[in-house]
Design a protein around this ligand. Structure first.
Ligand code: AMP
Length: 272
């Protein structure tokens, strides 16, 4: 990969990069298309990164479909698939981690210790190998995008980080590789996330206080029988990720819940 990218750079070709964990869906495809529009060369990586999963999380059963993924990459005219194995990313001698303080411990970070440390470490490594000019991330994982932007700025990494809109199923559920874990009843119940984000958006626009909006969000989510846990739900500052006391010009409405054993997240950025 390193040699391939060096060759493209010598030929003055721009490289757009989309890192993924595979089991590709239309959300991923939208990133490939954006990268295709804006670059000479599109590189995708598929790597299920063990160090971003907690000990009781789904690393072993994370969906994997490399044959199906390759067919999709070919259809989208992605030029290069980088498909490293775990040993080449983390050889026995590996000792270095990249950790963005503060932002990595909020929202999802509070429930997934070391998750974002795993993400920033692997993304930094992938950036060094792929050497892209631009890299594309989905808004569904807004916190991840924010943390990677912080890392790139703080470490003077010369890569433009681009945020792409969340692609949804017809009923509003954000596409996710993890949706395949849901039973048919859980899949129907999962609509409540999008409904709650819409309701919160309306309440923001009607000038309700964030604490009242949060109460309404919790109530809606917990009324749904399949919701086993609400990890967080509320209105946050899109830069600091702190919970807001008052509505600002731009608000992040974000939710993380467990439906059965499946953890799902989603968010809206709301301009007031
Ligand atoms: P993942 O394979 O889940 O690690 O995701 C790889 C990239 O695809 C990340 O930048 C995600 O934010 C992005 N992504 C995942 N789901 C969606 C979606 N429904 N819409 C847009 N981007 C997405």
């Amino acid at each position: 990969m390193h040699e391939t990218s060096k060759r493209y750079i010598q030929q003055r070709k721009s490289i757009g990069f989309v890192p993924t964990m595979g089991a590709l869906h239309k959300g991923h495809l939208s990133l490939f298309r954006r990268a295709r529009d804006e670059n000479d060369i599109v590189v995708a990586s598929i790597f299920v990164n063990p160090i971003q999963f907690g000990p009781n999380e789904d690393y072993d059963r994370y969906p994997r479909d490399i044959e199906g993924d390759i067919a999709k990459l070919e259809r989208e005219s992605v030029d290069v698939l980088f498909l490293p194995d775990v040993k080449s990313i983390y050889p026995a001698t590996f000792k270095t981690f990249v950790y963005v303080t503060d932002l990595s411990d909020k929202l999802c970070g509070a429930f997934r210790p070391n998750h974002f440390r795993g993400v920033t470490t692997v993304v930094n490594k992938l950036f060094n190998v792929v050497k892209p000019h631009k890299a594309y991330f989905g808004q569904k994982d807004y916190q991840q995008y924010l943390i990677i932007k912080r890392m790139v700025e703080d470490l003077n990494i010369d890569i433009e980080i681009i945020l792409c809109p969340t692609i949804r199923e017809e009923d509003g559920l954000a596409m996710s590789s993890r949706n395949s874990y849901l039973s048919s009843e859980e899949r129907i119940a999962a609509k409540i996330i999008y409904k709650t984000l819409l309701e919160a958006t309306n309440l923001i626009r009607s000038n309700l206080q964030p604490s009242d909006i949060k109460q309404r969000m919790l109530q809606m989510l917990l009324e749904e029988n399949h919701v086993k846990e609400v990890q967080y739900a509320g209105i946050y500052d899109p830069e600091s990720l702190d919970e807001l006391d008052e509505i600002k010009r731009q608000c992040l409405v974000a939710i993380a819940i467990k439906i059965g054993e499946t953890r799902l997240i989603d968010n809206f950025l709301v301009d007031v």
